[in-house]
Design a protein around this ligand. Structure first.
Ligand code: ZN
Ligand code: MN
Length: 474
């Protein structure tokens, strides 16, 4: 990229809210069902029907605003946005124009830069067109029509593909942690429109913007921005002009192509939604919602590193998914040894999550059962290898690990005192061990550990023996 240019990027991100039902009717909000099974007269726009607002959708949108630092508007109002397309049977979308639900807010990037939201508004999703290239037919699935969405509109604050991907990653993480949206990009649960223009450094006016719609992976966003900024700079360098238009990102060719020229902005003929009476949102309502917000990732990171003393790397891994972080927090309520719990999650559990058919850590083993094993280990009732074996058996059988350990006779009946006694005895029988230890401490320690294991059928805790040996030898 030529260094005398700068890139200016603004985003519009749509995220589907995780409500049980749609925003204006009681149809199920669920992905992947048989086409046109979750529909009713309201969401397919039959005349004479009236929308009834789903309170849960409003609450989730407010949660999103609060988690992202927005101000919440004192009234809820909807507007009609008119456009004509087969995915929208009413020929208008119920959206917000004059007074969006959340105003302002933003996300801080690692560099310290603050990327501002202009606003976040609430609206309904449209149906989905399915193009069959083989038969050259187009089908429509209205299951998605009426699913609640938030649209997050940023200011033109971003200036590179890297920054944009970081911003989107943080936005997605926040929406997931706030329990607002699942943001499954592969299911179009989160989609991103990118507005991009380039200008010479120092120029006070923004360049002509080009819009790229419905990018549904971070990879596409990154690729489209990289390609488009280079294309625009090259065009300007050749003495050409940028046309204001909508361009399409071609995933396989990795280029953008012109979709439609946009000479003037589209006329959506916005008007207040007459079928909806304004609802007041009191500061008390907002506080009530704020109080139910779970801890956000940055706060958790701070807690893990500063309060629990975890290394930053561990804390970062734990907050990378809400599931990991929630699981970790739940375990600490039962067994407060942060580093031990973190280690088991990061090694044993994550390895399984990646290799097998588990959706969540809890699917593998419940927090309760994992903590039973960790407690047995901490109390030296089992050794580390036995703990691993018990862990595997618990996953296979889904039975309580304490019961498994009892029936399979895995619990050690050997007390610490008994182990000390055996060590003392070994040394008493071979007094030369003491002087040999001074020369080869590791070798002698291992010899003693081996001796104890032999006498206890491997049920003693090796770490404990080693600690005891080093205590009496030094
Ligand atoms: Zn419906
Ligand atoms: Mn929208």
């Amino acid at each position: 990229m030529k260094t005398d240019y700068e890139v200016n990027i603004g985003l519009e991100i749509h995220a589907e809210l995780k409500t049980k039902t749609k925003i204006f009717c009681s149809c199920k909000n669920s992905f992947g069902d048989k086409p046109n099974t979750n529909v009713c007269p309201v969401c397919i726009g039959l005349p004479g029907t009236l929308p009834v607002t789903n309170k849960q959708a409003v609450i989730l949108a407010i949660r999103a605003g609060l988690a992202l630092g927005s101000r919440i508007s004192p009234h809820l109002l909807f507007d009609r946005k008119h456009y004509f397309y087969p995915d929208l049977p009413k020929a208008y979308q119920i959206s917000q124009d004059k007074l969006p639900l959340c105003i302002g807010g933003g996300i801080k990037l690692d560099s310290g830069k603050f990327v501002r939201f202009n606003h976040i508004h609430l609206e309904e999703d449209a149906g989905k067109l399915i193009h069959d290239t083989f038969t050259d037919q187009t089908f429509i699935d209205y299951n998605r029509g009426g699913v609640p969405l938030i649209e997050c509109v940023t200011e033109v604050d971003l200036s590179s593909a890297e920054e944009t991907v970081e911003f989107l990653t943080k936005l997605r993480q926040t929406l997931i942690f706030a329990d607002v949206a699942n943001c499954k990009m592969e299911q179009a649960g989160m989609r991103c429109d990118v507005n991009l223009s380039v200008k010479k450094h120092g120029s006070s006016e923004l360049g002509t913007k080009v819009e790229m719609k419905n990018l549904n992976s971070f990879k596409s966003v990154y690729g489209a921005i990289k390609y488009e900024m280079n294309r625009q700079i090259e065009e300007l360098e050749k003495g050409g002009k940028i046309v204001q238009e909508t361009r399409k990102w071609d995933e396989t060719k990795e280029i953008t192509t012109s979709m439609r020229k946009k000479e003037e902005s589209k006329d959506y003929r916005y008007m207040p939604e007459p079928d909806f009476i304004s609802i007041n949102i009191s500061p008390k309502d907002i506080d009530k919602i704020r109080n139910t917000l779970p801890m956000m990732p940055e706060e958790r990171f701070k807690k893990y590193t500063e309060e629990y003393g975890l290394p930053e790397q561990d804390a970062n891994l734990l907050i990378s998914e809400k599931d990991y972080s929630d699981y970790f927090d739940n375990c600490l309520k039962l067994f407060f040894e942060p580093k031990t719990v973190a280690n088991w999650i990061m090694t044993d559990l994550l390895k399984l999550l990646k290799s097998a058919n588990f959706n969540t850590l809890e699917d593998i083993i419940s927090e309760e059962y994992l903590c039973i094993i960790l407690k047995l280990l901490a109390d030296k009732k089992i050794t580390r290898p036995v703990a691993k074996e018990l862990f595997e058996k618990t996953i296979q059988t889904k039975n309580n690990p304490l019961e498994i350990a009892k029936t399979e006779k895995m619990l050690s009946t050997i007390s610490s005192e008994q182990i000390c006694k055996i060590v003392d005895q070994i040394i008493a029988e071979k007094p030369e061990l003491k002087s040999e230890y001074k020369v080869q401490p590791d070798k002698i320690t291992n010899f003693i550990v081996g001796g104890v294991m032999k006498q206890t059928q491997g049920k003693a805790d090796a770490t404990f023996i080693k600690d005891y040996v080093s205590k009496i030898m030094n």
